[in-house]
Ligand binder design. Sequence first.
Ligand code: ARG
Length: 463
Amino acid sequence: MTDKTSNQMWGGRFAAGPDAIMEAINASIGYDQRMAAQDIAGSRAHAAMLAATGVITDSDAEAIRKGLLTVLSEIEGGAFEFSTALEDIHMNVEARLKEVIGEPAGRLHTGRSRNDQVATDFKLWVRDQLDAAESGLLALIRALLAQAEAGAEWVMPGFTHLQTAQPVTWGHHMMAYVEMFGRDLSRVRDARARMNESPLGAAALAGTSFPIDRHMTAEALGFDRPAANSLDAVSDRDFALEFLSTASICAMHLSRFAEELVIWSSAQFRFVTLSDRFSTGSSIMPQKKNPDAAELIRAKVGRIYGANTALMMVMKGLPLAYSKDMQEDKEQVFDAADNWMLALAAMEGMVKDMTANRDSLAAAAGSGFSTATDLADWLVRVLGLPFRDAHHVTGSLVAMAESKGCDLPDLTLADMQSVHGDITDDVFGVLGVDNSVNSRMSYGGTAPAQVRAQIERWKATLS
Ligand code: ARG
């Protein structure tokens, strides 16, 4: 009927097969074979529905079901031979099904198109990844909660501009990341709920004249409902973009934390010791223990942002409904997903294993005039100075300490009184870092009691 070299799936009107270059640019099987399980799940749901609605016979549906299971086990067992000539996973599976069960295979594609098929497969794949991201985030949050709980009252310097600002607690710093990853978790859940509509049965773009039941296939595949507009269903890639933008924001959080771990594990800081399991050595400098995992996590954000930008650019300006441009969605999402999951797992491992060096944290907390704000607040509270004046007096005392090469608590009362005569001995009580953090009892503040309350709130939320 057709030229032997034209495509066996769509080659009816073609006299010749594609040029090798055409085949190379057109084929997606090299990567979309990762969606084999989703493709077969979608086909099983479709075939069962076609039989239930009387579009195909029960015996054809049963042959298709069994045949698809055979194909799936061949793919899972690594025995399947993927063919570039068959372009993509959809046609590779269908062609093999034909070899396995013969004629009934040709009835599977009734009332559907590769356009709704690929949208369905890809959504199922992305949905699985959102579930994996949810687990990864939960594990990371639990690891951070354990760190926060262990060091709820350990003092460390809090920074702005990476300059010592005010003392904070280790627990408070860890809990800041719990909030950040908690927002990522909520974005993951939002994205999953929003995307969970089935494209299957939208067919090429306009729906189909066969009496299909899209609610049935939607339910079989775990979707909440069928997508309500067939044009939108085949041309929508918002779910992939939401996945990538959620991944991008989370990767940014991971990268910020990774940067802190790189700084904190340096010989200059010594705030944390990373475990041997998450560090590497140098081939020339025997003393080195490098935070490579943290550095790689810091870098992963680059490719994840890249994937998000790339797909945004692919999708912009595309007219409705499907265009082949959209085949370029998958590699970006696959790469971003792999690296996001890896970064989450590596960060969880590092956080679980790392040791906070309580003494180094405490020593650093007291340096850099970190309690200057406490001193200014004391001048306001006890001496009744306007805050601006108190700020000025404190500034003079900081300058004095700096010129003497000491910290604020090391100044004598006489030094203090030379700047403001009303200062009393009582001031030394607020210059200690423990008093400083204990006093910050405002909601969400760094006081250990506040930090513990937030840890409890998170534990209750997660259980
Ligand atoms: N491999 C294609 C993709 O990933 C499947 C859809 C092809 N549809 C078509 N009308 N050519 O987008």
